[in-house]
Structures are given as structure tokens and as C-alpha cells.
Ligand binder design. Structure first.
Ligand SMILES: Cc1ncc(C[n+]2csc(CCOP(=O)(O)OP(=O)(O)O)c2C)c(N)n1
Ligand SMILES: [Mg+2]
Length: 327
């Protein structure tokens, strides 16, 4: 049940974040399957409630750190479609000048400190950002998004311990989609609820329906307030569903998602964050379906424009290959 009166503007804000991610990702899927994008892409479709609900609870100057499944986090924090799309096409106008691709998008201007291809690799970075905020005596907070698989990495455990000891303004958001690649979480994880691991580190642990954008927003608001007050970190476990495969194109080389049942796939479709936020807004008469459709159309046009921008952008110069390299 909804406990917080989420006002119209905030509900529309959350809806907009969800649908921006959805439409961007749907286009990425199409482009990838047409062979137009180099590299590999891990889509966030089905999990949009988490980045959207959490980022709607943040200020512009707060930090987030992302994962290999990172497009949704960038979009939810206010990332630029053109620069994202250009990066995915490997163009010089992309966020990393076309040299990073899907798993390395960062935008310091909006507090997005980076995606990370190393599972669990982003978690200590968020702790560092939280420490920085404390050291500089700002009241910024840092959010670490990571998967259920990452919660079995040492970096998760070390990060929670240090953040708790120093009462850092960090929110750990575990996106539990039930799988690490093709392995069910239950086969490799010692607890049913990853949120229970918070007890070992002396911080609150909360389980939330990670397919419900409003529910995620409500728990994020509380965790952010606690962090800003200097009371320390929170672990939020958002239980969700990955709509597609681990990475796009998996169906082609695996012959379908053989590791999960048709019933489970249907459940993932039914628990659709986009349908949930639409229903919340329309049923509570916060806005009409027509208004939501108009926002949807506008976003689809922005995605079209981003594809055109990316296609018309130049490739990076070969001579630039050693620029921006730190080794
Ligand atoms: C340290 C490390 N180990 C293994 C991998 C290969 N790998 C990439 S994604 C992934 C699964 C991660 O699962 P989870 O953290 O649950 O995130 P999800 O993909 O479900 O969003 C693995 C094992 C990696 N990139 N980094
Ligand atoms: Mg997972």
C-alpha cells in the first residue's frame, strides 16, 4: 500500500524517468539486433522502477554509481540521449568519445560517476563519493546500484562495513533480478533476502517491490533523509525482474532463455513498472492517459533524434586512440 502522498509533479517526474528508460532501451534492442551497435548491451527493461524511484528522491548534486546494466541509471539521473546514443554507436560525440561503449558511460556534470563492467566494482566508488561529501562537509549523498550477484563479491561486504563504521551518506541499492547471468540467485546466495546482510554491518536493510516505482521512491526518500542527517547508510534490496536475457542477443546464441520457465517470463512481463506507474497516475487522477501518451510521444521523438544525431556524428580519429588513457 502507498503510504506517502506522492504529488502530481513527482508522480509525473517518476513516470517520465521510467518511460525515458523504456523507450531508449527498446530502441537499443532494435538497433543491436539489426547489427548496428558494436559491443554488447545489457538492458534494464523490467527494472526501470528502481533507478527511476531512487533518482527521483535525489538532488541533482547527489552521486550515483552504476553497473554493466547501466543505461537506466544514466537516463534516470538526467543523462543526455544524444551523447548516450552516440557512445553506443562508437562515435566521437559520445560520452566517452566513442571509446567506452555501453559499460563505461559517465557524466560527472549530473553526478553520474560511471557504469562499471566489473561486477561489484562500483560499490567502493560510491563509498568514496560518500566519504568525499563528508570530508568536504556537504550534505550530498551517494547511491550505489548493483546486482544480486555483486552482493556475493568481497567489495560489497567491505564497502558496507566501512560505510557503516564511518556513518557515510551512502545508499546501497541491490537490484535483485533473480539471476547472475544464467544462474539463479538462490543457487549462489546464502540468504533469501539480501537485505538481511545489513544486520552484519549494523545498518537498516529494507526489502521493496522493485517493480513498483512509487514503492521504491518511498523507501529511497527515507534512506536519503537518513543519510543526509548523518545517520549513515541503508541497504535497500529491490526485488525485480529482468525482462530479457542477461545481455541482448542472448536468444540468438542460446536459443532462448532455456534457464527459466515460460511462466516466469510471463510473470516478469506482468510485473511491468511502466504499467504500474501509469495505473497509479491515472487511477489517482493525477493526470489523464492522454497526457501520459503525449509525454511518451515526445520521448520517442527524442530517441529518434538521438539516433539521427549518432548516425550523423563522426567516428573517432584513429590518432585519438591514446588520448584519455590512464595506465
Ligand atoms: C568481477 C566480475 N566477475 C564476473 C563478471 C562477468 N559477469 C558480468 S555480469 C555478471 C552477472 C552479474 O549479476 P548481477 O550482479 O546479479 O547483475 P545483473 O546482470 O543480474 O544485473 C557476471 C558474472 C564480471 N564482469 N566481473
Ligand atoms: Mg542479477
Amino acid at each position: 500500500m502507498l503510504t506517502l502522498a506522492v504529488q502530481t509533479d513527482k508522480a509525473l517526474d517518476i513516470f517520465t524517468r521510467v518511460i525515458r528508460i523504456r523507450r531508449f532501451e527498446e530502441r537499443i534492442a532494435t538497433l543491436f539486433n539489426q547489427g548496428q551497435l558494436p559491443g554488447v548491451v545489457h538492458l534494464y527493461i523490467g527494472e526501470e522502477a528502481i533507478a527511476s524511484g531512487v533518482c527521483a528522491a535525489l538532488r541533482d548534486d547527489d552521486y550515483i554509481v552504476s553497473t554493466h546494466r547501466g543505461h537506466g541509471h544514466v537516463v534516470a539521473k538526467g543523462g543526455d540521449f544524444n551523447r548516450m546514443m552516440a557512445e553506443l554507436f562508437g562515435k566521437a560525440t559520445g560520452y566517452c568519445k566513442g571509446k567506452g561503449g555501453s559499460q563505461h558511460i559517465a557524466d560527472f556534470e549530473i553526478g553520474m560517476l560511471g557504469a562499471c563492467g566489473i561486477v561489484g566494482g562500483g560499490i567502493p566508488i560510491a563509498v568514496g563519493a560518500g566519504f568525499s561529501a563528508r570530508y568536504r562537509e556537504t550534505d550530498q549523498v551517494a547511491v550505489s546500484f548493483f546486482g544480486d550477484g555483486a552482493s556475493n563479491e568481497g567489495s560489497f561486504h567491505e564497502s558496507l562495513n566501512l560505510a557503516s563504521v564511518w556513518k557515510l551518506p551512502v545508499i546501497f541499492v541491490c537490484e535483485n533480478n533473480g539471476y547472475g547471468e544464467f544462474t539463479p540467485t538462490s543457487k549462489v546466495t546464502s540468504v533469501t533476502n539480501i537485505a538481511d546482510r545489513s544486520a552484519g554491518y549494523g545498518m537498516p536493510g529494507i526489502v521493496v517491490d522493485g517493480t513498483d516505482p512509487i514503492a521504491v521512491y518511498e523507501v529511497a526518500v527515507k534512506a536519503v533523509a537518513r543519510a543526509r542527517r548523518g545517520e549513515g547508510p541503508t541497504l535497500i534490496e529491490a526485488k525485480t525482474h529482468r525482462r530479457g536475457g542477461h545481455s541482448e542477443g542472448e536468444n540468438a546464441f542460446l536459443g532462448g532463455q532455456k534457464y527459466r520457465s515460460a511462466a516466469e517470463e510471463a510473470e516478469a512481463r506482468a510485473q511491468d513498472p511502466l504499467l504500474k506507474i501509469r495505473a497509479y497516475i491515472v487511477e489517482n487522477r493525477l493526470a489523464t492517459a492522454e497526457k501520459l501518451d503525449a509525454i511518451d510521444r515526445e520521448i520517442s521523438q527524442a530517441v529518434d533524434a538521438a539516433v539521427t544525431f549518432a548516425r550523423n556524428s563522426p567516428d573517432p580519429e584513429p590518432s585519438a586512440v591514446f588520448e584519455d588513457v590512464w595506465a
